[in-house]
Design a protein. Structure first.
Length: 229
């Protein structure tokens, strides 16, 4: 691979900027300063930029993040900080969320650069279950269990929601398991039964369970990755 292409890819920079950095003698290959972008890089060679080694990204990447409130699940947003703030990896902007959370919703976000893998999580036909801890404003009644199980008519939607499992913990707290991902679905389901979601936290997607502190992230294990195959 050409050196300038490698640098542009791994630094997230334009070829013009890469050319300037090369001319400024900021790039070495195996300890030798290289100023030509046309230099042909071999897989085993070590590239350093400004004294820091660039670790080549060759395989797909899979992470879980415990998202705090106040961050959006996009790679770029003019108004709010994004979840990439927490990701200390090469080319974080290449990652995307496999199932987004609202600005004020916390909990499990899966991040990857594998589009086919994330499609298996987000596509309605795969019925991937997500588990949420819900805090509501009004007391919960036992009748809601059957109402959620039978499907709820959301405003401006043609079809009922798919059967959802509601586990009432106490008057104001419940655990809800859904297998689809409509826009603001959990909040709208409770709004449809005249309640308001005060706090929402995603605990689990499929078989992957959130197990790290808020604001932290970690790579998924191979078993976790394979659980969506």
């Amino acid at each position: 691979m050409r050196l300038d292409k490698f640098l542009a890819h791994h630094l997230g920079a334009s070829r013009t900027i890469v050319t300037k950095e090369l001319k400024a003698k900021k790039v070495t290959v195996d300890g030798e300063i290289i100023k030509s972008g046309a230099y042909q890089l071999l897989p085993e060679q070590v590239v350093e930029y400004d004294g820091y080694e660039i670790i080549p990204v060759t395989n797909n990447r899979y992470f879980m993040l415990n998202k705090p409130q106040g961050y959006v699940c996009s790679t770029d947003d003019p108004d709010h900080p994004t979840i990439l703030y927490f990701i200390d990896e090469p080319m974080p902007e290449k990652l995307h969320a496999a199932g987004r959370l609202d600005l004020d919703t916390t909990g499990l976000v899966l991040l990857t650069d594998d589009g086919k893998w994330s499609h298996r999580i987000t596509s309605p036909k795969h019925h991937c279950e997500k588990v949420y801890a819900v805090t509501v404003e009004q007391p919960l009644c036992i009748e809601l269990i059957d109402i959620f199980k039978n499907g709820i008519q959301l405003k401006n939607e043609k079809s009922l929601t798919k059967p959802a499992k509601l586990n009432i913990i106490d008057d104001f707290h419940a655990e809800l398991t859904i297998s689809e991902g409509r826009y603001h679905q959990v909040k709208r389901m409770f709004a449809a039964v005249n309640n308001h979601v005060v706090e929402l936290h995603r605990k689990q997607i499929g078989k992957v369970i959130l197990d790290i502190p808020e604001g932290e992230y970690r790579p998924l294990s191979q078993d976790e990755i394979d659980s969506f195959n």
